[in-house]
Design a binder for this molecule. Structure first.
Ligand SMILES: CC(C)(COP(=O)(O)OP(=O)(O)OC[C@H]1O[C@@H](n2cnc3c(N)ncnc32)[C@H](O)[C@@H]1OP(=O)(O)O)[C@@H](O)C(=O)NCCC(=O)NCCS
Length: 157
């Protein structure tokens, strides 16, 4: 693994959507298979003006991303998080999410909402990682299988 770094993606970003879209589609398909967002949905999600998105790089290789959208009343909803299989299990999600939280805080967010898959242990991991900031959780079914809805405070900087 080379030098891993995070980069905020947005309208003022140095990188344009055209440069990253193919690799984002590739990671999305690899991570979510038939549950993957379509290329058009990803384009809208990453480029909508008030949405926030963060890219994760290993040297010149894009290896992950996360993206959130405003839901009103100081709340952002995290719609998507993925790290390429080649780079999972190395503790990189923390780095990625930390920048997303920084960017949401800068955009005026005080609360985060998200759904996380229960079956693969991710919902438990998210709750473990954010214990003091969790406000509310409940489990529900979805077209992607059992999910846990999580509402939490934006962690302090
Ligand atoms: C989910 C995913 C992004 C996690 O990345 P990862 O590389 O596997 O996980 P990491 O090795 O970086 O670390 C996981 C640890 O980080 C911790 N963590 C720290 N900050 C976190 C955060 N903001 N969110 C989630 N976990 C966090 C977790 O608690 C977990 O620790 P533990 O299980 O040891 O208690 C990745 O597995 C993936 O892309 N999976 C396929 C797509 C997917 O399921 N996305 C989530 C949809 S709900």
């Amino acid at each position: 693994m080379g030098a891993v770094r995070v980069e905020s993606f947005g309208r003022t970003s140095a990188r344009s959507w055209n440069i990253v879209k193919a690799r984002i589609d590739e990671i999305e398909s690899e991570c979510f298979a038939e549950g993957a967002f379509a290329p058009d949905e990803l384009r809208r999600a990453f480029n909508k003006p008030r949405n926030v998105a963060v890219l994760l790089w290993d040297g010149p290789l894009l290896i992950g991303y996360t993206q959130a959208e405003p839901r009103g009343r100081g709340t952002y909803y995290i719609a998507n998080t993925a790290i390429a299989k080649s780079h999972q299990g190395r503790g990189l999600v923390k780095l990625l999410m930390q920048r997303l939280y920084d960017d949401m805080r800068a955009a005026g967010a005080r609360f985060i909402e998200r759904d996380a898959a229960i079956a693969n242990g991710y919902a438990d991991a998210v709750v473990r990682a954010h214990g003091p900031d969790i406000v509310e959780t409940f489990d529900h079914d979805s077209e992607y299988g059992p999910q846990r809805f999580i509402r939490m405070r934006v962690p302090a900087a």
